[in-house]
Design a protein around this ligand. Structure first.
Ligand code: NIG
Ligand code: FE
Length: 409
């Protein structure tokens, strides 16, 4: 339930701090006791939830989503079925760029209501802290609009949202053939983001036809100089060497890593960079090769898991489905999977000292599962096992209760 300090690397990912017959006491939204029932101190009477026979875990942390966007991309499914590659759709002005158009057109209120709906759903699967990236504006006003929506959601929605600036997500048509100029423009916007305190991290999509390793290195270096911690979409589709570069620049996380080289995997083990794996994206892009989670863990790196929730390569809010895919496709062990959606995912967004554990003094972010043990959730797939979600001690989701406030078409 608590266990080892710090991020869990390599074999430490097997440590889950399980307590059988446990009790948790909460006061003022904080955990005041977590441990065995036997020997627990006497607390003043209050509301009690009997969790006998149920698994109780920390609230999950989803450390990679593209939460705020306009429109949707169901029309791309037919292209996928015909075998048109993801990067070809982008090259033809679709993919990310079609969501950019829809996001530029949408006003703040519409984006807010839509993202709120998705956030409710994310929470219903047991997530209490989530990272959200911009990157569907690719211009000053829309990037700032996305980030302001994220900020407002963080203020109003029970979930904690950690914000990332992903202005370097694609090259917009107005900068076609001028990627360096575009990156300079995004660095200018990043200065504004800093002034308004709109994001903690800067991220870039390092990929064929988007940004090269060299361009990404330079961009991230400058973002760091401005005081941002950095993240990277690395080796998602083509193996370019973004994983090595992420470690060299001491990125807090390197995400995707499907095509990470042997050298990149070795470097992960030697660095502080956390590998955020997104098997839902590999599944949805219909690929056969998944990230080499076993090798990454065997090289003593820390692995986290995320949905990559976005309208193109991973339209799902369901972190439990990602846990199932991690078990089957990444061959991760149940203990590793739980660490990858709690402790390690919290550290991968700089939240390791605040989320991912049920610990005295921390916010009572807790999930009660309709599952008899922790092996059960990665095993029984395709349904939601959550019974109750507590955020800072307050019930924010309960199975069977009305969810969400809006209908998205
Ligand atoms: O993580 N690869 C870049 N970004 C997202 C996809 C965004 C989209 O297709 O809209 C990803 O896969
Ligand atoms: Fe992503």
């Amino acid at each position: 339930m608590d266990g080892k300090e710090g991020v869990r690397k390599g074999t430490d990912m097997m440590e889950v701090g399980l307590v059988e017959k446990a009790a948790v006491a909460i006061k003022g939204g904080k955990v005041i006791y977590a441990g065995p029932i036997d020997g627990a101190p006497q607390f003043e009477a209050g509301d009690k939830i009997d969790c006998k026979g149920q698994l109780v875990t920390p609230g999950l942390v989803d450390p990679h989503t593209h939460l705020v966007f306009g429109g949707s991309r169901e029309h791309e499914l037919a292209l996928k079925q015909q075998g048109v590659p993801y990067l070809d759709i982008l090259k033809q002005g679709g993919g990310i760029l079609s969501t950019v158009n829809a996001t530029r057109e949408a006003d703040e209120e519409v984006l807010y209501e839509k993202a709120h709906f998705h956030l409710d759903r994310i929470m219903s699967y047991g997530v209490t802290t989530v990272e959200a990236k911009s990157g569907y504006g690719l211009d000053e006003s829309t990037e700032l609009k996305q980030l302001r929506v994220t900020k407002k959601l963080n203020e109003n929605h029970p979930l904690n949202i950690v914000s990332t600036f992903l202005g370097a997500h694609a090259i917009p048509p107005e900068f076609k053939e001028r990627p360096e100029e575009f990156l300079n423009e995004m660095l200018r916007v990043l200065e504004m983001v800093k002034k308004e305190g709109l994001a903690q991290f800067a991220d870039i999509f390092c990929e064929t036809g988007v940004f090269t390793v060299e361009q990404s290195r330079e961009y991230l270096r400058k973002a760091k100089e401005m005081g941002f911690d950095v993240k990277i979409h690395a080796d998602e589709i083509d193996p370019l060497g973004g994983t090595e570069m992420a470690c060299e620049v001491d990125a807090i996380s390197a995400d995707h890593l499907v095509g990470a080289s042997e050298k990149g995997i070795e470097k992960l083990g030697e660095s502080r960079t956390i590998a955020v794996l997104l098997p839902g994206t590999t599944f949805y892009l219909n690929k056969n090769e998944y990230a080499k989670a076993r090798e990454i863990i065997e090289h003593n790196a820390a692995v986290a898991l995320a949905t990559d929730f976005n309208p193109g390569s991973s339209p799902t809010e369901n972190i439990q489905l990602i846990m199932n895919l991690a078990a089957l496709k990444l061959r991760m062990k149940p203990e590793e999977i739980w660490n990858a959606v709690t402790v390690n995912s919290a550290y991968s967004i700089g939240y390791g000292e605040h989320a991912g554990k049920i610990r005295e003094g921390r916010n009572a972010d807790i999930v009660i599962w309709d599952a008899p043990n922790y092996l059960y959730v990665p095993y029984h797939y395709g349904v939601n096992h959550v019974n109750t979600v507590l955020k800072s001690g307050t019930t924010v989701y309960k199975r069977g209760e009305q969810l969400g406030r809006v209908t998205v078409s």
